[in-house]
Write a protein that binds this ligand. Structure first.
Ligand SMILES: [Fe+2]
Ligand SMILES: [Fe+2]
Length: 183
C-alpha cells in the first residue's frame, strides 16, 4: 500500500481534502508501526482512526442527507462497514496480542479504496452542485469561476489547439483590390 496523496484521491472541497490528508498520514504511520512490531502505536493509531472517522463520516453523511445525494444510503453502509472493521481489528489485537500487521494493512487498503471510489463520487456530486449554485447566482453578463470536477479535471480541460486559420480576405474575381490613395 502506498497511501500517498494522488490525483485519484482529490475530493474537491477543501475541508474534506484536509481531513483525507490527515487520514492518509495516519494510515501510513499505522502500517509502518504494524510492520515494525510497535503494538502500542498500532492500538493508539486505530483508536485515533475510530474517533477521527466518526467525525469525518458524520460530516459527509450530514451533507449527503441535506443535499439528497442519490448514493447516500450505500455510502453510509460503507462507512458503517469501515467503522466495524476498525473496531474489530482493535479488539483482535487487544485479545490476541501481536502488532496486527495484517489487520492494519487490510484497514489501510479498505479506507484507501473508499476514498478513491465512494468519496470521489461524492466529491463529484458536491462540486457539480456547487458549480450549479455559482451559475445560478451570478449576475447577468458576468463571468463565473467553476470548480474542477474531481476525476474529470483533465478530461474536460480543453486541449491546447492552434488558433483557427482565417482565410485572408481577397477581392472577388474581376474586382481590383482597393489601392492606397496617393495624393
Ligand atoms: Fe471521506
Ligand atoms: Fe466517505
Amino acid at each position: 500500500m502506498s497511501p500517498d496523496w494522488e490525483d485519484g484521491l482529490f475530493f474537491g472541497v477543501e475541508e474534506i481534502d484536509v481531513q483525507h490528508r490527515v487520514i492518509l498520514r495516519r494510515l501510513r504511520q499505522l502500517t509502518a508501526a504494524a510492520a515494525e512490531g510497535r503494538a502500542a502505536e498500532v492500538r493508539a493509531g486505530l483508536r485515533f482512526l475510530e474517533r477521527y472517522l466518526g467525525d469525518h463520516f458524520g460530516l459527509e453523511e450530514r451533507w449527503m442527507a441535506e443535499q439528497g445525494y442519490p448514493g447516500g444510503r450505500e455510502h453510509e453502509r460503507a462507512h458503517a462497514a469501515l467503522r466495524d472493521a476498525i473496531s474489530l481489528a482493535r479488539r483482535t489485537i487487544d485479545e490476541q496480542g501481536g502488532a496486527g500487521a495484517a489487520p492494519a494493512a487490510r484497514i489501510a487498503s479498505a479506507l484507501l479504496e473508499h476514498l478513491r471510489t465512494e468519496d470521489q463520487r461524492l466529491g463529484q456530486f458536491w462540486t457539480a452542485r456547487e458549480n450549479l449554485r455559482r451559475l445560478a447566482e451570478r449576475e447577468p453578463g458576468t463571468g463565473v469561476q467553476l470548480a474542477p470536477i474531481p476525476g474529470f479535471a483533465r478530461a474536460v480541460a480543453p486541449a491546447p489547439a492552434d488558433p483557427p486559420e482565417r482565410p485572408t480576405p481577397s477581392a472577388p474575381p474581376g474586382v481590383d483590390a482597393p489601392r492606397e490613395r496617393r495624393d
